[in-house]
Design a protein around this ligand. Structure first.
Ligand code: SS9
Ligand code: ZN
Length: 342
């Protein structure tokens, strides 16, 4: 399997994450991508190639233009406003408040953020663009007929909606890739999100569409971020009714339970007669993940990679979360190796 990877992920290297009432060193750190890349290389998974710089065309197929312009200008505007720290919002358009976008950079941050933990710094926008390029290049490989490809994206994407960032995400790499596959001729694309967190952004982007099926296994939003999205009764709307499937799972969920739910989700992918599968591959379901509450072990990632491989679809893996840095490479590449083994 070819891996697409950009060194430009290093440009996202902020110092702060708002966590537990403190500004801590971010869980979503550059070492994560390096660990995965090292494991891809040491296991001989396959060739590693750099993306081609694609520009914003594919990005603008799923994101709002004003939102993209906001992301591109956020850091310079924050600096010009004279702030000393990294850019974080402090006020949101909550219930019964105006939904107009302000002129003030702090106001814009609140308008476009779905969460407050994610600082913007120098290079954040450039790294987010590189991650989208990685996703598009890898989608191109699958679209050209490869059985699979791995988009080693960083920063991740599945919390980013059409016009929202947060949850460590800025551009929705998986959604951009899925749309790219559609635009290159796949009539139906299924997205299977196995990250611990619900991909509220991906759900939102495709919620009213019947041509892209979104399925997600995740921590129950009553207990887990993003808290306000991911309930089982969110099934899609309009033409998209029945094309969104959420599987919220409880605290302490182990692999025996998780895998039966994955079987159910894979059966839905088959019934949909998908032409291609995009896997939002987050490995924060790992028992030792510092911010999550499932109990998968490293060998379980190989097992479920085999299950995904047995679906026998052209498959694009897009890297998302996974914050147990020492094991993030092992767990991620276990999924890919299991897939190839199937
Ligand atoms: C947990 C806070 C979680 C954001 C997590 C984003 C994960 C992206 N107390 N904050 S995969
Ligand atoms: Zn996650």
């Amino acid at each position: 399997m070819i891996t697409v990877f950009s060194e430009d992920h290093h440009l996202r290297n902020v110092r702060t994450e708002l966590y537990g009432g403190e500004l801590v060193s971010p869980h979503e750190c550059p070492e994560r991508a390096q660990m995965v890349l090292d494991r891809v290389r040491s296991t001989g998974l396959g060739e590693v190639i750099a993306p081609t710089k694609a520009g914003l065309e594919a990005v603008l197929r799923v994101h709002d233009r004003q939102f993209v312009e906001f992301l591109a200008a956020a850091w310079p505007e924050w600096v010009a406003a004279g702030h000393r720290g990294e850019a974080i919002p402090d006020c949101w358009p909550a219930r019964r408040m105006s939904q107009r976008c302000p002129t003030s950079i702090t106001g814009k941050l609140g308008y476009y953020a779905m969460a407050g933990e994610t600082s913007i710094g120098a290079g954040t926008w450039e790294a987010a663009q590189a991650a989208a390029d990685v996703a598009v290049s890898a989608a191109g490989i699958v679209s050209a007929g490869a059985r699979s490809a791995f988009a080693l994206c960083r920063p991740p994407g599945h919390h980013a909606a059409r016009d929202l960032y947060g949850g460590y995400c800025f551009l929705n790499n998986a959604a951009i890739a899925a749309q790219y596959l559609r635009d290159r001729g796949a009539a139906r694309v299924a997205i299977l999100d196995v990250d611990f967190h619900h991909g509220n952004g991906t759900q939102d982007i495709f919620y009213e569409r019947a041509d892209v099926l979104y399925l997600s296994l995740h921590g129950d939003p009553r207990d887990a971020f993003p808290y306000f999205s991911g309930y089982a009764d969110e099934v899609g709307s309009g033409a998209g009714h029945g094309y969104n499937g959420n599987f919220p799972l409880p605290v302490g969920c182990d692999f025996a339970t998780w895998r039966t739910v994955l079987e159910e989700a894979l059966a839905r992918v088959q019934a949909f007669r998908a032409d291609a599968l995009v896997v939002s591959l987050g490995v924060d379901t790992f028992a030792q993940d510092p911010i999550s509450f499932f109990r998968l072990q490293s060998a379980d990632f190989t097992s479920y990679g085999r299950m995904i491989g047995a679906a026998a679809l052209p498959t694009l893996f897009v890297f998302e979360g996974g914050y147990a840095v020492a094991e993030v490479g092992i767990n991620t590449v276990n999924v890919l190796a299991g897939f190839e083994d199937a």
